[in-house]
Design a protein around this ligand. Structure first.
Ligand code: ZN
Ligand code: ZN
Length: 384
């Protein structure tokens, strides 16, 4: 009786083991979520392991679709994983200048593999993190300037990253690590981790933040900015574009710089009483107005200004002119007074009625002229 029970138990165990094996065989190596699909394998093995991968572009619809997908874990020490990582190292090394990281989705493989530059280690080596997971983060965060190889020319002036993150990951030899990573390297890691969750910088950029191209133009030097002219076709395209808001922030070096440079551009003009950011090639809602209605006639800065109401009284203003259309003056149709709303650099929001349409005080006209610029409208459009 006892023997029979043992035999039965033995048989049952084997049946279980065999079923287990069958289950494994069904899934491995072909189809479990850790295995590469044939489409992935084709991409990975398309070139020999010394060849870099092409980088996807956030601006190409079919690429963006891949970039927005969530990625999956991989079987760590598989030959395909090793081959893929080899080519990813080749890819990052093929860039001129120091690229801080690359992820598998950026080369079209939605898999949890990232390579980051370890700024926290001597010589800033590139290291691979397989199936990484951020398990904890600090409360403290910092604003960092970020950029991405999939979105060239697009980067926000600030993006918030945790100062310290705890990350679990595997190395290519299969060893498991749990590490605390700080500051710059932590910021790089968080950028790359965002890719694994389908995050793409170009789509998460704060629309109020300056773009990379804007930052490059504004920060290029400290001198007066060139005035865009209607006589140039490419300039006129900028002048005719609708501008977008900025984030009022007295600590934003880029915002301060463009305001200072616009002041210089206005001062360099003969008799200019106002200037708008599109006139210096930046389609942002920033204007400078010489306040003819104030003692000392100060040049003041208004961010995101808009006209919220107008008088019934319409006047013909003789002698309207523009820095972007030198040598031309015309009589324009304007409101006698306007109600405006705007932000100041310190982040405060204001509402004000602006008066003055003739003689030594035509401040209401200046506001209308400059706010028109932000909407791509020139004074010649308002001429009689
Ligand atoms: Zn990126
Ligand atoms: Zn103008």
């Amino acid at each position: 009786m006892k023997l029979f029970v043992y035999i039965l138990l033995f048989i049952t165990t084997w049946v279980t083991v065999i079923q287990g094996c069958k289950k494994q065989n069904e899934l491995f190596p072909g189809e479990d979520s850790l295995s590469y699909t044939s489409a992935e394998a084709i991409k990975i093995y398309y070139s020999d392991s010394t060849q870099p991968f092409p980088i996807l572009s956030a601006f190409v619809a079919t690429d963006a679709e891949i970039l927005k997908k969530h990625s999956h874990n991989v079987r760590i020490s598989s030959d395909t994983t090793k081959y893929l990582i080899n080519r990813m190292f080749r890819t990052i090394s093929s860039f001129e200048g120091n690229i801080n990281g690359i992820t598998a989705p950026e080369i079209g493989i939605n898999r949890n593999i990232i390579i980051i530059r370890r700024k926290d280690k001597t010589g800033s080596p590139l290291e691979v993190f397989i199936n990484p997971k951020i398990t904890q983060h600090s409360n403290a965060s910092s604003e960092v300037q970020d950029s991405c190889i999939t979105s060239p020319g697009v980067f926000p002036s600030y993006i918030t990253r945790y100062n310290l993150v705890s990350v679990d990951y595997y190395s290519i030899d299969g060893s498991h690590h749990s590490e605390l990573i700080e500051m710059e390297t932590a910021a790089i890691l968080q950028h790359e981790m965002a890719h694994l969750n389908g995050g793409v910088l170009a789509f998460t950029v704060d629309p109020l933040a300056f773009t990379g191209t804007e930052i490059d133009t504004i920060m290029a030097d400290t001198l007066a900015m060139r005035i865009y002219l209607t006589t140039s076709y490419s300039d006129s395209l900028v002048l005719r574009k609708t501008s977008v808001n900025v984030r009022p922030d007295s600590t934003n070096a880029v915002l301060i710089r463009i305001i200072n440079r616009m002041r210089l551009s206005l001062a360099a003009s003969s008799g200019g009483v106002g200037i708008a950011a599109p006139q210096v090639g930046i389609n942002r809602n920033i204007i400078l107005v010489k306040r003819l209605d104030k003692i000392g006639k100060p040049v003041e800065v208004y961010l995101n200004p808009r006209i919220v109401n107008t008088t019934y009284k319409i006047i013909n203003f003789a002698g309207d002119g523009c820095l972007s259309i030198p040598g031309v003056t015309k009589t324009t149709v304007r409101f006698a007074a306007v109600g405006v709303e705007y932000d100041l650099l310190d982040g405060t929001h204001h509402s004000e009625i602006i008066e003055g349409y003739s003689g030594t005080n035509f401040t209401a006209i200046i506001f209308q002229h400059e706010i028109d610029h932000l909407n791509g409208i020139l004074f010649i459009d308002r001429a009689l």
